[in-house]
Design a protein around this ligand. Sequence first.
Ligand code: GDP
Ligand code: IMO
Ligand code: MG
Length: 421
Amino acid sequence: MTVVAIVGAQWGDEGKGRVVDFLAQDAACVIRFQGGDNAGHTVINQFGTFRLHLVPSGIFNPATVNIIGTGAVVNPAALLDEMHELAAAGVDLANLWLSDRAQILMPYHRQLDGLEEMARGGRAIGTTKRGIGPAYADKAARWGVRLGDLKHQGWLRERLEQILPHKNQVLQHYGQPVWSVDELFDLCMTWHEALYGRIVDTVPMIRDLYRAGKFILLEGQLGIMRDIDWGTYPYVTSSNPSASFAAVGAGLPPTALDEIIGVVKAYSTCVGAGPFPVELFDDTGKTIREIGREFGATTGRPRRCGWFDGVAMAHSAWLNGFTHLAITKLDVLDTLPELKICVGYRVGERIIDYMPDTPLLQEAEAVYESWPGWQAPTTNCRSWDELPAAAQAYLRRIQDLAGVPIRWVSVSPERDKIFAV
Ligand code: GDP
Ligand code: IMO
Ligand code: MG
């Protein structure tokens, strides 16, 4: 297998960073294909504990080419902070590259994200306020500036002269500080200098690796339930975390993808607003949050916790075309006497087994199956056969609901505490 996409199968924070860090040890290249610094990908390995926001999770292997792909939105200031932190921890950044076609997330995008959230009042999305929505909106509306533009100063200045009056009008309307062309141009030049040599045309690079049959990983951000097309719109992010976008965002033809691995947490969590039918408001929810340390890696917000959602799993497996699953955080359930799996939604008089649109999902009540807990530690298990029988049965049920085989099981956040099935 040469090209493998690693994508979030649920609401994000499934452990994508953890899985990519593990698999990247053998990869020639890792490409982050969408999202921005709204991501928080936790990696724990011999270098320490990291919450990666923009830098691909293959960065810990100096021989691996790490690319921030065309489908991403890049806040250069946030990226430079992250690079400083990694360098201070002894991580070699020589092999970090940025697509010249990736969008720049400008300081006004962050300002606008905050203002738009305020304007939504009680119906706020609960974004990470990193400017993601406004940056992707500008990309689609063709008001964007791309990383490659930093290398063409005449072009860049013209772009800013065209874009800024429009942005400043909106900022002014909300009583926000505005940007002069000179001020933003100078800031862009500091980024140009700091990122000098890393902003490249990634097409030949990736094409050569692909043609040489190298192992390439495509790293997604968030999960399908926050996909702009297939998630709980409008409570979603502004890009497609789904596997179908991996080819576009990374810069490969769609036929290049050999495997698509869905990263699946053994239960459900969600950060931000929007319908989440499996949410637990009781002590079990609290227990899962505490044992699973379910607090946002980017914003620190407590994550909403719930039982495994098999309806979301089936939706995700179909639309992503998963070839395999990587289950994470099985160990978090070790102490629970009983587990539940949502197998349908009650909507009015009916029980449905598919993901409805948001207004209906808001009304939906989860219908559960009950499964016995295993009440035994799994952290030291390193094979399927070592797992307690009840844990095997629970995972088999997840596999059935997805219709896709489990390839990996993770039982702790550290790099090597994962095994192949
Ligand atoms: P990502 O955004 O998908 O990369 O996931 P996050 O890093 O935001 O959230 C996953 C959290 O679970 C992180 O704190 C990881 O360190 C942790 N984690 C990952 N895999 C496991 C596991 O198998 N067991 C436990 N207990 N924690 C895990
Ligand atoms: P990783 O990659 C979990 C959520 C926000 C909000 C919605 C839109 O670590 O899984 P945005 O800032 O993207 O406009 O917010 O998406 N969200 C995430 N939730 N993990 C993430 O990333 C997230 N990135 C955004 O909470 O509901
Ligand atoms: Mg995360």
